[in-house]
Design a protein around this ligand. Structure first.
Ligand SMILES: Cc1ncc(COP(=O)(O)O)c(C=O)c1O
Length: 418
């Protein structure tokens, strides 16, 4: 006997189309041509030439920065950025406690210390908490534009200037996002981006560092792009030119086939983002006012990249229905790609931030954060339910079905707690 229209309890689902419902990046004939063309021309590029130079030039002009260096991953880009920014042994860098771990982990490989700071209820860096964690060793603060929603860059720029800290950015979720019309990734001394699979600009695997600072650029090259590239680009009279052949000994170059994919994708990024903006707007309008669900607020002068639509789940408005049960019911309605964030989470949850010494012997004396240090990051993580944001008109039925599934479960939540 059907006692509820909820699919989980035997009713008909909202969406009867099997998943997956979202794939990224969108692959077209021109991507296939670009990658196969590259396969036939060069599969290893040791200097700044060919598709690597073309991609770096186009990303630099897209972001409005002087220099871009591509890397094999976003993690490598972050590592190179921190190294090139002069972060070294004993230095402290303030990192939001809610992000993907690679925003912070490269610091361990430089002998530096990530100092986690809590976030506010919107998931943005809590500048009061960050200020309390500044010491004489603090060198930099990192802005992470989580889920593609830009941080308040007015506040962060003022904060870093007031405390004499270097401002760095992790734009891995936010290619093409803007704050007051300025591209994220162009605010700090340098920015690092991932171009891993689902990122707004995807190379499959890849990353890049963006900066206006030519000295920092040379140091990024020396960190992970040794020999030919360094020899050709670092002036012979530069004090670091004698290191050009080895650099620091790390090799972090992008693969040319990955560069070819990102280069083919880049001209479509603005259209992707405009499409996502319209779909995110439609989904937010559909969900606004639904009991138990808060939609993300984006100030008028912010231009998000909508890497995902992060909703806040409010169980106290839904008879304390656990989020996992809510999600189970939404999946049963056919909205199978509604998700709880996995790897982007409160960093204090990871063993590495408590006792890194077991893996990284230089950190045997590392003092991990107290268990209750990042209560807001934990609360935000534990209550975030994220949805894909489509960009094409032909997927609007999916966006509508996903919001309808959420509304249906919220409206019938009492059937699940009976
Ligand atoms: C915010 C953030 N920073 C850094 C990274 C690391 O990028 P990659 O996976 O390309 O190394 C990711 C990857 O998901 C990320 O989400």
């Amino acid at each position: 006997m059907i006692t509820s229209p909820l699919a989980l309890l035997g009713g008909p689902p909202v969406l009867d189309v099997p998943g997956p419902h979202f794939a990224w990046p969108p692959i077209e004939g021109r991507d296939v041509e670009a990658v196969t063309g590259q396969l036939l021309s060069a599969v290893s590029i040791p200097d700044r030439s060919g598709v690597v130079a073309n991609l770096e030039d186009d990303v630099a002009s897209f972001l409005g920065v002087r220099h871009v260096v591509t890397t094999c991953t976003g993690t490598a880009a972050l590592h190179s950025m921190y190294a090139a920014a002069g972060i070294g042994p004993g230095d402290e860098v303030i990192v939001p406690a809610l992000t993907f771990h690679a925003t912070a982990t490269p610091l361990f490989h430089l002998g530096a210390r990530p100092v986690l700071a809590d976030v506010d209820t919107c998931g943005q860096l809590d500048l009061d908490d960050a200020a309390r964690r500044i010491t004489a060793r603090t060198k930099a603060v990192v802005a992470v534009h989580l889920w593609g929603l830009p941080e308040d860059m007015d506040a962060l720029a003022a904060f870093s200037a007031r405390h004499n800290l270097m401002l760095l950015e992790d734009g891995s979720h936010a290619h093409g996002a803007a704050w007051r019309g300025q591209q994220v990734g162009s605010f700090g001394r340098a920015a690092a981006f991932s171009m891993n699979g689902p990122k707004p600009l995807s190379a499959g695997e890849g990353g890049f560092v963006a900066t206006d600072d030519t000295e920092l650029y040379y140091r990024v090259l020396l960190h992970g792009q040794y020999n030919k590239r360094c020899r050709r680009e670092i002036p012979a009279d530069h004090t670091l030119a004698p290191y050009a052949v080895t650099g620091t000994g790390l090799k972090l170059r992008i693969h040319p086939l990955a560069a070819a994919l990102a280069h083919a994708q880049l001209p479509r990024l603005k259209d992707y983002l405009a499409g996502r903006e319209a779909v995110a707007d439609r989904m937010r309008r559909a969900l606004r006012g639904v009991q138990g669900i808060d939609v993300p607020h984006s100030p008028a002068h912010a231009g998000p990249a909508w890497y995902a639509l992060p909703l806040r789940y409010r169980p106290e408005q839904l008879a304390d229905l656990p989020v996992k049960r809510f999600l189970e019911a939404v999946h049963a309605e056919g909205a199978v790609e509604v998700d709880l964030p996995g790897s982007t989470r409160a960093l204090g949850d990871h063993q590495l931030f408590h006792t890194p010494g077991a893996l990284l012997p230089g950190y045997a004396d590392h003092q991990g954060p107290a268990a209750d240090s990042f209560t807001t990051a934990q609360r935000v993580h534990g209550s975030t339910v994220k949805l894909p944001v489509w960009h094409r008109d032909q997927d609007l039925h999916l966006a509508d079905a996903y919001t309808a599934a959420i509304i249906k479960v919220a409206e019938h939540h009492k059937d699940l707690v009976k």
